[in-house]
Design a protein around this ligand. Structure first.
Ligand SMILES: *Cc1c(COP(=O)(O)O)cnc(C)c1O
Length: 388
């Protein structure tokens, strides 16, 4: 009997080691891991460069309080602002914490400029921003909030794609619109570039802030460092997390100086956020992702993967309805039951994970090889064939 609480539906398997795109089970079987901790291990398992970085730092200093200067964090923040729209960064330890800080920053901004009533955040119904109390009520999901009342107030919702409802939902109390540029848990729904541009325009007109939750879609996953960059807009606040630590828990909130300047001493804090060990790993991940050609390679791999998946889709349109996503954040919207399909992939030693809307999520490491993609494609095709 496990002493762990039962809040996860775990597959009956555990792993003794990993290397790159592969995981090795305790029973000695090898699996192609296209979950990678849900877009977390951006450089695969047991990456040598990251191992060196964490070992080097572990011998020096693991943790000091944010009451002191942390050069490794200064360095990572400098690099994040250098590569993005942002002027300032706050470090956290997870995605939900990062989205919460994004909300705090938005509210604090309006408070500080004397518009104290502007504190509501407008979100997509059934989106995903994490599992803290505020984040579940931000998601507007009945399933996630059930039994966890009283309701955390301050969030309004509109249905994905319903632009009229979106405009109507903006009131004099709205401080920000918060959306995922690519809805991950929600079923790999990509917000089109024109739509992001429209959103920016609306936010400018209404003088409200645009928060883009890139916790899953960020850090190279889309082929750009942040996925909204394809649209060339400039957001106000962007929480990131999953991929930035390559497997080490890190969250970060990127923001413009306009909003950052109101986060004065004492407005926010975190014991662990931005500690030297985490920051050293984050810097090592950045070293790799911004190596010449790395992101270009993600796009090339993605193009190949999508082309082949679309071929499989057209051959097995009885099984796969649509191939969705961007970069290496890929979803197969199925016509058959997702759990059974994922189990069949698993039996063929390919690990994938479900998302809402009957979607199978495929999340290889960003440094996956064409050979590994080809192996995955063969397994996916074999499983599709089994439905004939
Ligand atoms: C995973 C995720 C989160 C929550 O991250 P945690 O680290 O699990 O707290 C928030 N937003 C999005 C878009 C995510 O995909």
């Amino acid at each position: 009997m496990s002493s762990l609480a039962k809040n996860y539906n775990r597959r009956q398997i555990s792993f003794k080691k990993g290397k790159g795109s592969y995981l090795y089970s305790n029973k000695g079987k090898r699996y192609l891991d296209f979950v990678q901790g849900i877009a977390v291990n951006s450089l695969g398992h047991a990456n040598n460069y990251l191992i060196k970085a964490i070992n080097n730092q572990a011998k020096k200093v693991w943790h000091v309080s944010n009451a002191f200067k942390i050069p490794e964090g200064e360095k990572l923040a400098k690099r994040l602002t250098g590569k993005t729209f942002a002027d300032a960064v706050i470090f956290q330890n997870s995605g939900a914490e990062a989205t919460e800080v994004a909300i705090k920053v938005a509210r604090r901004y309006f408070y500080s400029i004397g518009q104290k009533k502007k504190n509501r955040i407008l979100c997509v119904k059934n989106s995903f921003h994490g599992r803290t109390l505020a984040a579940i009520f931000a998601s507007g999901s009945k399933k996630m909030t059930e039994g966890f009342g009283p309701k955390v107030d301050g969030f309004d919702h509109f249905a994905f794609g319903d632009h009229k409802a979106l405009i109507k939902s903006i009131t004099s109390k709205t401080a920000a619109i918060m959306i995922e540029p690519i809805m991950g848990e929600g079923g790999i729904k990509v917000i089109p570039e024109w739509c992001l541009k429209e959103l920016r325009k609306i936010c400018n007109e209404k003088k409200i802030l645009l928060i883009l939750d890139e916790v899953q879609s960020g850090v190279g996953r889309s082929g750009k460092f942040l996925s909204y960059e394809y649209s060339k807009i400039i957001p106000d606040i962007v929480p990131i997390a999953k991929g930035i630590g390559g497997g080490f828990p890190i969250g970060a909130v990127l923001m413009t100086k306009k909003v950052a300047k109101h986060m004065s001493p004492g407005t926010h804090g975190s014991t662990f956020g931005g500690n030297p060990l985490a920051m050293s790993v984050g810097n090592a991940v950045m070293d790799q992702i911004f190596k010449k050609g790395f992101l270009q390679n993600v796009k090339i791999k993605s193009k190949f993967f999508f082309k082949k998946l679309n071929e499989i889709q057209s051959n097995y349109s009885n099984v796969i309805e649509e191939v969705r996503g961007k970069g290496l954040l890929i979803g197969l919207k199925l016509k058959v039951d997702q759990t059974k399909f994922i189990n069949k992939l698993f039996e063929n030693k390919l690990l994938t994970i479900k998302a809402a809307d009957n979607v199978v999520r495929i999340l290889p490491p960003l440094n996956v090889s064409n050979k590994e993609i080809t192996i995955a494609l063969k397994i996916i095709e074999k499983v599709c064939k089994s439905y004939n």
